[in-house]
Design a protein around this ligand. Structure first.
Ligand code: GLU
Length: 306
């Protein structure tokens, strides 16, 4: 067995759709073809969106596809203490500040946008005096942001190549804990990737611009950097980006028309790992996996049957 540890990190906010299966299959193939381990974490931090029954469904769906993992799944909803400790470590370095802005205030600031479409925070709460902070604390509980430095973070992505961001300009001060106390994805993902010994992160390239933030957090927390491979997105036949709210390509619906080997064949073919469309199991694709074969551009999937 090699030292590679890959991971599945689905969000149980609904049934998985074709894009989630794409990311899971390729993450599994990348780790297993290198003789590595595969771990599973359910990113169920947001109590408003996540449901325990979706977690159970994800486990069943991965098994149905023929994707296995090592050890017990990690549930982020049970890891609050670890996030609190990391949060404290960052606070001790003077890197955090409370932000009292409402969503409406943030939107009204009409700030420039990051490449992931989120507005870059204009930093107004970073400049509050102690007295102003105390006053605002009486009315509202704050979110907590990282005060990012003017620092360029670069890395070499396994698929996208060289990527860099200047944190203060391209990303801005980002939230680590929401005003309702829920820790943010960026913090939890970094803490858990290290906790689970992950060495290789394979995920959709909608998360490419999260990576400089995560690399910076790893640096500040003294955690190792995994390697990253950001997959081009799989678009629906009409060119739409897949989202959980689009029911038509979620697994429950797909299962009415396809068997697991048919779906795996479809995805492996789209990934350039199969010359022709045929039903296969993930294990059968293992010897065919190679990073060089994978597409670099987003691709539109054509579904052969209904
Ligand atoms: N939970 C995220 C998702 O389902 C993935 C996060 C990650 O891979 O870092 O899109």
């Amino acid at each position: 067995m090699s030292d590679v540890v890959g991971r599945f990190a689905p969000s149980p906010s609904g049934r998985m759709h074709l894009g989630n299966l794409w990311a899971c299959l390729l993450a599994w193939l990348a780790a297993r073809s290198a003789g590595g381990r595969m771990v599973l974490r359910l990113e169920d931090l947001d109590p408003d969106r996540c449901r325990p029954e979706y977690c159970d469904q994800i486990l069943r769906d991965l098994e149905w596809l023929g994707l296995d993992w090592d050890g017990a799944p990690v549930y982020q909803s049970r890891r609050t203490e670890a996030y609190a400790a990391a949060f404290q470590a960052l606070a001790n370095q003077g890197l955090l500040y409370p932000c009292f802005c409402t969503r409406a205030q943030r939107l009204a600031a009409s700030a420039p946008h990051r490449s992931d479409g989120e507005a870059i925070y204009d930093g107004r709460c970073r400049r509050l005096s102690e007295a102003e902070r105390r006053e605002l604390e009486q009315v509202r509980s704050p979110a907590w942001r990282a005060a990012v430095p003017e620092q360029t973070i670069s890395f070499c992505d396994l698929l996208q190549g060289f990527y860099q961001e200047e944190l203060s300009r391209d990303c801005g001060d980002f939230i680590l804990r929401r005003s309702d106390g829920v820790y943010a994805y960026q913090l939890a993902a970094v803490v858990d990737d290290a906790f689970m010994g992950v060495t290789q992160v394979v995920r959709g390239d909608d998360l490419l611009s999260s990576t400089p933030r995560q690399l910076w957090l790893q640096e500040r927390l003294g955690l190792p950097h995994p390697e990253y491979g950001h997959l081009p997105l799989l678009l629906a036949p009409d060119g739409r980006r897949l989202a959980k709210r689009d029911r038509d390509l979620e697994l429950g619906r797909l299962q009415q028309s396809y068997t697991a080997p048919e779906l795996v064949g479809l995805l492996a073919h789209a990934a350039g790992l199969l010359d022709r469309l045929e039903p296969v199991t993930p294990r059968e694709v293992l010897p065919l996996f190679a990073w060089e074969k994978l597409p670099r551009q987003d691709l539109t999937l054509s579904l052969p049957k209904p």
